[in-house]
Design a protein around this ligand. Structure first.
Ligand code: GAR
Length: 195
């Protein structure tokens, strides 16, 4: 069975990345990690990936100032060199330009900590609590040029409990993210392989 060459883009801790790497240790999983790359050279997840024997790259966005596209061209060169066929954004905290999104259209997915279309952008858990929502959750979606606007692949829901804080809700959602992302990435790969 064909496995798509997977690059995971991170900016920090990388716990979702770890969940994907763990799922991909199964040889029947439809994605095979070839690269973990970060826009932050000090991202903790880079060390975790290297210890798991995965190639890593860091492309420091700060070296490119306001020139987002030059940063992305350097990142893209690393992705192409690794033979990337699908990208999973996992806590990658840079907004991508239409150039990069178009380059990887139909080949790039993201995990977002809300029940999209609710709460695109930042501070999703705080906004859900303030709105008095009964549920929070997370979504995996295809990346399109509008931020957090691409078609949803799968979602997971958790209750919002009395006394929840941003941190307690984030922790409850994160447990679900780690289960949802490997499942949704497999669905995305199967869709690409079926086309
Ligand atoms: C995750 O909760 C992810 O959903 C969120 O950042 C966290 C990264 O944690 N992503 C976004 O907010 C994207 N806009 P991780 O580095 O441990 O996976």
């Amino acid at each position: 069975m064909k496995r798509l060459k997977l690059a995971i883009l991170i900016s920090g801790r990388g716990s979702n990345m770890e969940a994907l790497l763990e799922a991909a240790t199964d040889p029947s999983y439809p994605a095979e990690p070839v690269l973990v790359a970060s826009n932050r050279p000090d991202a903790k997840g880079l060390e975790t990936a290297a210890s798991a024997g995965i190639a890593t790259a860091s492309v420091d966005h700060k070296l490119y100032g306001k020139d987002r596209e030059s940063f992305e061209r350097a990142l893209n060169a690393a992705l192409e060199k690794a033979g990337t066929e699908i990208i999973a954004l996992a806590g990658f905290m840079r907004v991508l330009t239409p150039w990069f999104v178009t380059r990887w259209e139909g080949r790039m997915i993201n995990i977002h900590p809300s029940l999209l279309p609710k709460y695109k952008g930042l501070h999703t858990h705080q906004r859900a609590i303030e709105a008095g929502d009964a549920e929070g959750g997370c979504s995996v979606h295809w990346v399109s040029t509008g931020v957090d606007e691409g078609k949803v692949i799968a979602q997971a829901r958790v209750p919002i409990l009395p006394g929840d804080t941003e941190d307690s809700l984030a922790a409850r959602v994160l447990v679900e993210e780690h289960k949802l992302y490997p499942r949704a990435l497999a669905m995305a790969c199967e869709q690409i392989l079926a086309d």
